[in-house]
Design a binder for this molecule. Structure first.
Ligand SMILES: O=C(O)CCC(=O)c1ccccc1C(=O)O
Ligand SMILES: [Mg+2]
Length: 345
């Protein structure tokens, strides 16, 4: 924490020229609420999806209330505790610090198209009214390049600006082949898994390359920029440890950014939208319309209207779709382990 200047410090002594001294006090780490305080208000929810996404048919999440509102803790089930601890830091920040100051109150969003057959594209896009950009999942396991080409073509007929996300599934030659087969796109998100491969693809193709996993799952989120491996940074608030962490990264990266959800519930989405709303510059649609992919949410979802979502605080509904007792116990144990990791950081 930084206190300055010393104007309201009763112990400050003005210099002989009359200025008050500036001094800086740094806490060793941000204040963490005790884990039992978090657990007092915590609920574990189980949210069915309208369409399977990233292999997920039911989204589980823990939400809890702090002094400034609600926070979400929802790392994907397969993530380890060290990675998941970032998600907890983000939830605690939302609940005990609240959002940073906004510079806009709506955020343009892309339609998010899971790896569905081309025949289902229109029905998915109808959930994102007014969207002028669509993000299409490609390179799904068990599917072919032909499936991707057909799906993207079906999207393009309805929404001209398309970005694709391969989630790191291609090697370099496959990425080059796929990018040329799929044709004109706004950008290609995470075509390959490693930073080296991203850089190799980027050197050869004209389309911009976006990095997602190479930032949010990396030891050092700045490596992508140093390696000149991407044009655009896709930043997710929970995996990167919170709203202020993402705003700091945005400054450090000196790249165009897109804020995207991690399949957040409305509670996590409020923090993601608040982050996008606080960016000094925002030139691209964000991936914050995924509430439209949930059958049920913890509060009214951030569903896009006229291609944008609106900034707002979220209070969960009274009748939450609660998870079964064994799942609640699993999430409580995970919360305790991740909290211990944050205490030790
Ligand atoms: O960016 C979007 O349109 C939606 C968010 C999204 O795609 C996503 C959601 C959960 C986990 C991973 C991803 C991803 O971008 O890879
Ligand atoms: Mg992605």
């Amino acid at each position: 924490m930084v206190y300055q200047p010393g104007n309201n410090n009763p112990f400050a002594i003005p210099s002989k020229h009359g200025e008050m001294p500036t001094f800086v006090v740094r806490a060793s780490k941000p204040q963490l609420p005790p884990v039992d305080v978090i657990l007092e208000t915590a609920e574990v929810v189980s949210l069915p999806m309208r369409t399977r996404f990233r292999g997920i048919a039911v989204r589980e999440a823990m939400i809890f209330r702090g002094l400034k509102g609600w926070g979400e803790f929802s790392p994907f089930l397969e993530y380890d505790d060290v990675e998941s601890a970032n998600w907890l830091a983000a939830g605690i920040e939302a609940a005990w610090q609240g959002p940073p100051p906004a510079v806009r109150d709506t955020v343009p969003v892309n339609a998010t198209v899971p790896a569905v057959p081309a025949s289902e594209v229109a029905e998915i896009l109808a959930r994102f009214p007014g969207a002028t950009t669509a993000k299409v999942k490609v390179a799904e396991a068990g599917q072919t390049l032909h499936d991707d080409v057909e799906r993207v073509a079906a999207v393009r007929e309805l929404i001209p600006r398309v970005r694709i996300d391969a989630n790191g599934a291609w090697d370099v030659p496959t990425a080059l082949e796929a990018i040329s087969a799929i044709g004109d796109v706004e950008y290609v998100e995470q075509p390959c898994a490693s930073i080296k491969e991203l850089a190799a693809v980027r050197r050869v193709v004209d389309v911009p390359i976006a990095a997602d996993e190479s930032i949010r799952r990396a030891e050092d989120p700045l490596l992508v920029a140093r390696a000149e491996a991407a044009d655009i940074a896709v930043l997710k608030v929970a995996p990167l440890g919170g709203m202020r962490k993402v705003l700091a990264l945005n400054t450090a990266l000196k790249m165009d950014v897109v804020i995207s959800s991690a399949l957040d519930t409305a509670v996590g989405m409020a923090a993601s939208v608040a982050t996008a709303a606080a960016l000094p510059m925002l030139d691209h649609a964000c991936g914050l319309g995924t509430g439209a992919l949930l059958e049920r949410d913890v509060a009214p979802s951030f569903v896009p209207r006229r291609g944008a979502v609106s900034l707002r605080l979220v209070t969960p509904d009274d009748d939450l779709p609660l998870a079964a007792p064994d799942r609640v116990a699993w999430w409580e144990a995970r919360l305790r382990r991740c909290h211990a990791i944050l205490m030790a950081r």
